[in-house]
Design a protein around this ligand. Structure first.
Ligand code: MLT
Length: 416
């Protein structure tokens, strides 16, 4: 008899964004005439930068000739891309990251979900609440938790991010071995300061823990005081793995390209306490389970770093940041408390109402799709997330509709 991995039975019925899609589809079936504006999942809407398109075309043409054709590429990624990433994203910022510490992949979601496979089942995993659900669900699947209870999985260490602490995770009271941090944060849009990150790196060094640092939204940072990489923090190379993505940076959500940085100095331990290179473990796993990102996609990603690519990407991010500022300022004008949207495409809005109920309310009354905060964890309750990934016109229209329906409602139910 084929038996299942029982831990999968502990998962919520469906993944958050699949659940939202299902609800919206049902709504659309009932109300086909309604014109909905999607500010839910963070999926880009603007076309790829011209520099990427042209590199993409050129690479496809190379595959059309026997002389320049390429079959399997290196699992870790082509040198041309890894060297460009190491120099541009890290060395230029004073972080000594080498090309052989970069692993090109088809998405940060997969990397951040797969990475926990390297570690023992009985490690203590710390996650923020609210959190990107992939961190939680993959640890549930791996058997690191008990069954879901009162909105949480016993066995995980939850780091509450609330209005009281500025949505910033505080160091845990109990020891944690694997720590997931995300900055600029999905879903809250909050960013961690250099000092806060230094405290986490110091904690990880003291406790021989490992930080999985999700920097998928790094390109949205505009504040010069903020670091773009955890490796700008002294000591981080011993205790942190970083995840980056071209999805939100350059519009690659459908094209698929990302990378993980696993420094050679990063260490984990055997049960007997013997140090083991995390990079070597990941290299072994990556080369066994992954056959590389396609050549044209890697050429398109390389083009992000060309002078034209850099200009175009900056324009693209500015576009979404203008949207985000519009959303934030609109809520502020309505007297509704929110954070994010300055160094992030997400705005985290305090509704002080049940978040799924508020999701249904916005869908029904305003025709706007948001993401209910409770989908990101218990501390996400009474919040919603608004994504700035849409056209400026749609963002304006969505905010006008929201202002209209909130005005028509008793405003006292919203946080001020
Ligand atoms: C989100 O909306 O949280 C993200 O788009 C999901 C993802 O990047 O996988």
């Amino acid at each position: 008899m084929i038996k299942i991995n029982e831990h999968h039975q502990k998962l919520q019925a469906s993944y958050l964004f699949a659940n939202i899609n299902k609800r919206v589809r049902e709504f659309q079936q009932k109300h086909p005439e309604r014109d909905l504006i999607w500010l839910g999942i963070g999926d880009v809407t603007q076309p790829l930068p011209a520099a990427c398109i042209s590199a993409f075309h050129k690479a496809v043409d190379e595959l059309a000739s026997a002389r320049t054709f390429r079959g399997y590429g290196p699992e870790q990624g082509y040198d041309f891309l890894r060297e460009t990433i190491a120099s541009h994203d890290f060395q230029l910022r004073g972080a000594d990251i080498q090309a052989d510490e970069i692993f090109v992949s088809d998405g940060a979601k997969c990397d951040v979900g797969n990475f926990q496979e390297l570690f023992a089942t009985d490690i203590r995993v710390a996650i923020t609440d609210p959190v990107y659900p992939v961190y939680v669900d993959t640890n549930v699947m791996a058997g690191r938790t008990e069954a879901f209870q009162d909105g949480r999985y016993p066995g995980l260490v939850y780091l509450d991010c609330t209005p009281e602490n500025g949505y910033s995770p505080q160091l845990p009271r109990e020891p944690a071995d694997l720590i997931y941090l995300c900055s600029p944060n999905n879903p809250t849009g909050a960013t961690m300061t250099r000092e806060q990150l230094q405290a986490w790196v110091d904690y990880a060094r003291e406790n021989r823990s490992l930080i999985l640092f999700d920097a998928a939204y790094e390109a949205f940072i505009r504040d010069d005081q903020l670091v773009h990489s955890i490796y700008e923090i002294p000591g981080a190379q011993d205790v942190a793995v970083e995840f980056r993505s071209f999805s939100k940076t350059a519009g690659f959500t459908g094209v698929r390209c990302a990378y993980a940085v696993v420094p050679k100095r990063c260490t984990a331990y055997t049960a007997a306490g013997k140090p083991v290179s995390v990079r070597d473990l990941w290299l072994r796993r990556h080369t066994t389970k992954f056959n590389g990102v396609s050549y044209p996609v890697q050429r398109a990603a390389e083009a992000v770093y060309s002078p034209e690519g850099q200009q175009e990407v900056r324009k693209l991010i500015d576009y979404y940041l203008t949207n985000a500022a519009y959303v934030r300022e609109s809520f502020q004008r309505m007297g509704v408390a929110c954070v994010g949207g300055d160094n992030s495409p997400y705005i985290w809005v305090r509704t002080d109402r049940d978040s799924w109920e508020f999701f249904d309310f916005l869908l029904d009354k305003a025709g706007v799709v948001c993401t209910p905060g409770a989908g990101f964890g218990r501390c996400g309750e009474r919040h919603i997330r608004i994504s700035a990934f849409n056209s400026y016109e749609n963002i304006q229209q969505a905010m006008q509709r929201i202002a209209g329906v909130l005005q028509a409602q008793s405003p006292s139910s919203l946080s001020r």
